[in-house]
Design a protein around this ligand. Structure first.
Ligand code: C2E
Ligand code: MG
Ligand code: MG
Ligand code: MG
Length: 285
């Protein structure tokens, strides 16, 4: 399996091409202004529960409406936010937008769980759990409305602190998911000890499962592991019906991917939900 390549072209700042630091400084200032100036927005991708055919949640994915470069995808600015110390602010803005949207959908009659991606620096911030609890309270939402997606790389930085922060988050009742599962280097024993509720199998395995028996075996064994640990298994990156059918047959809990829907602006996601008919439930035939 190959490493994931950036899809969205050129990063706002590329370390390798600028020795002076001036360009980086400008990019950091633009990003800072973008975060505080309301240029970030979220697209939402539905998560379908295979047992019921219901969409029970969405993943919020950040975009930056850049004043001159157009709509930027996270590949273009997340690394910069992280290295420039802006991730705490970015995550605060994203959590707030995601919960405001979740509240609005709840008021319109659908309680959709919203998943938000968080970065290593969020997980070494001891104030993060209280901040999340405060945001939920402000929006009048139960903790179960929020899932935080973390990657295994959080465990590289400051393992003990990250586990402490994760435990506090779990105590408040928010869900915690291990994103891109299978691409990191953590031992199964170590992951099993983490306070998490969900494993999200990386799309390299999901995308290959119908064409490769090795990839299919990885999906099957991850599913067994997740269920043995009482965790929900989410498969990301399902791009065709055959993959969705195969996942349903294996007993995967939740599926996400372009075949169901691309990430959409909130209003389009809402229309998509309203237009969906029960007959579109992708059960195996
Ligand atoms: P991720 O959390 O693993 O999100 C899944 C990515 O795969 C998204 O890209 C999504 O659009 C894409 N995707 C979904 N279904 C399919 C599919 O069927 N096929 C393929 N090829 N791709 C699919 P996106 O939105 O560009 O986000 C990329 C990454 O940026 C995310 O990966 C996540 O790690 C990060 N990210 C996104 N939003 C945030 C955020 O608010 N905060 C932080 N810290 N990171 C974020
Ligand atoms: Mg994610
Ligand atoms: Mg992922
Ligand atoms: Mg990812």
């Amino acid at each position: 399996y190959s490493a994931k390549a950036g899809r969205s072209g050129v990063a706002v700042y590329d370390d390798a091409r600028d020795g002076s630091g001036r360009h980086r400084l400008e990019a950091v200032e633009q990003l800072r202004a973008g975060i505080t100036g309301g240029q970030l927005l979220l697209h939402y991708q539905p998560k379908l529960a295979l047992a019921t055919g219901e969409v029970d949640g969405v993943e919020a994915l950040v975009r930056w409406q850049h004043p001159t470069r157009g709509l930027l995808f996270p590949d273009a600015f997340i690394d910069l936010a992280e290295s420039a110390g802006l991730m705490s602010r970015l995550t605060t803005a994203v959590v707030d937008m995601a919960l405001a949207q979740c509240r609005a959908w709840a008021d319109d009659g659908s309680l959709l769980t919203v998943s938000v991606n968080v970065s290593p620096s969020n997980l070494v911030d001891e104030e993060f759990p209280d901040e999340v609890a405060g945001a939920l309270h402000r929006h009048g939402l139960p903790a179960a409305a929020l899932v935080l997606e973390v990657t295994e790389s959080i465990l590289m930085e400051d393992r003990e602190r990250a586990v402490r922060v994760l435990s506090r988050l779990r105590e408040t009742g928010v869900g915690v998911s291990i994103d891109d599962y299978g691409t990191g280097y953590s031992s199964l024993a170590y992951l099993a000890a983490l306070p998490v509720t969900e494993l999200k199998l990386d799309r390299v395995f999901v995308g290959a499962m119908t064409g490769s028996s090795r990839a299919a075996s990885i999906v099957t064994s991850t599913l067994q592991l997740a269920h043995a640990l009482d965790l929900t298994l989410v498969a990301e990156g399902a791009e065709d019906q055959a993959t969705v059918d195969a996942l349903a047959t294996l007993g995967c809990d939740i599926v996400q991917g372009y075949h169901l829907s691309r990430p959409l602006p909130a209003d389009q996601l809402w229309s998509w939900l309203q237009d969906r008919k029960p007959s579109e439930v992708p059960f195996p035939s």
